[in-house]
Ligand binder design. Sequence first.
Ligand SMILES: *[C@@H]1O[C@H](CO)[C@@H](O)[C@H](O)[C@H]1NC(C)=O
Ligand SMILES: *[C@@H]1O[C@H](CO)[C@@H](O)[C@H](O)[C@H]1NC(C)=O
Length: 370
Amino acid sequence: MLKSLVLAALMGASSVLAVDCHRGKKCPKETPCCSQYGECGVGAFCLGGCDPTTSFSLDSCVPAPTCEDKELKFDSLDNIADIGKYLGDSSKADWVASGEPALHDGNVLLTMPKGSVGTVLSSTTYMWYGNVKARMKTSRGRGVVSAFILFSDVKDEIDYEFVGVDLGTAQTNYYFHGIPDYENSENITVSDTFGEFHDYEIRWTPDQIEWLVDGESGRIQKRDETWNKTASLYEFPQTPARVQLSLWPGGLESNPKGTVDWAGGIIDWDHKDIQNVGYFYVEVESVKIECYKGKDGLGTSNGKSYCGDSDSGDSGSGSGDAPPSGNNDPSKFDQGLQDGSSGDGDNAGAKSSASSALAMIIAGCALYWL
Ligand SMILES: *[C@@H]1O[C@H](CO)[C@@H](O)[C@H](O)[C@H]1NC(C)=O
Ligand SMILES: *[C@@H]1O[C@H](CO)[C@@H](O)[C@H](O)[C@H]1NC(C)=O
C-alpha cells in the first residue's frame, strides 16, 4: 500500500498522458486502462496490474494469464522483459521489470541507484492461491525498503516488507481491495536479512494465509477472522495476483511523513552501498511458484487467462469479446466457497462472496469482486 505512492513515479516517467484513476474515478474512453499506479493509458497500461474496476469498462484490461508452476533460478536476465518492451505474451518472459535489474555473482540484483525510485519485478502470470517462495537477501540503509509481495489488480495484497534500518525483522501484512488498514501488520524475527539468504514463503489458500521463513511457520491469518459484519464480507485477499519483488525509496522527502518514519528516515544517498557499488540492492537467488489446484470456482487455473473461457486467452486482444463459458455454474461457486469456509464461517458471507464471484464471471474478463 504505502509503496504505491512511491511507485507511481515509475510509470510516470514513461506515461504519455497523466490522467489519473482511482476508486470513484474511472479512465476515459481514449485512455481506457487504469494501471497499478493509478494512471490511465493504452498498451502497457492494459497489461499486468490493470484494474478493471477503475478502467473505462470492466473488459478494458487484457485478460490475466493463469497460474503456472515455475521454479525460477535467477541466474540470468533472459526471462526478465523491460516494461517498455513487454507486449503481454507471458510465454516470452517470466518477469516484467521497471527500473534496473542487474546480474551479479549468478544472482539477479534489484538495484536503486542514487536519486532513482528503484526496481520492481512483476510476474507475467498470476497466482490465484498457491505457494510462492523467494530466496533472497534484502537491501539495507535508512529509508530503503525491500519487498516480496502478491498484488492483485483490484489491490488485494499479501506482503513481506523489510525496512533497511531493521535487518532482524520481516514485516508481514495483507490488504483487502487496497483499503488502508495498518492493524494487520505482524513481525517475524529473522537473522541478518541483508547478509544472509533466507527463504520467504507465502502459502495462500481460500481458507488462510501462512507466512513461512526458512520453512518455519511465522504467522497464520485465517479468512474466518477477517469477517466484516457491516460490509457483510470477508476482508481477505481473494483475487488473482502477480508476484512482485521490489526495492524502493520509502524515505524520500516528498513522501508522506508516515511513510518516511516507517521506512526509518530520510534516505542517505551517500550510503556505503552507493559509494561502493553505485546502488542499493536486493539479491534474488530463486523464486518458486506452485499453483493452488482448485477443482472448480476459487483457485481454478484451467484456461489460459482468468477470463472465464479457456479459448479466449489470446493475450493481446484485451477486448474480452468472447462470452464466458465453462466452469461458471453458480452452484459450483457456492460449493467451492462453502467447502472453503470452515469452522464458524458465516454463511451469509459465503453467499455474498459467491455472488460477487458470479458478478466477476458475468462481467467477462473483469476480476470484479465487490
Ligand atoms: C515491526 O517492527 C518494526 C521495526 O522494524 C516496528 O516499527 C513495528 O512497530 C513492528 N510492528 C509490529 C506490529 O510489532
Ligand atoms: C467494515 O466495513 C465498513 C463498510 O464498508 C467500513 O466502513 C469499515 O471500516 C470496515 N471495518 C473494518 C474493521 O475494516
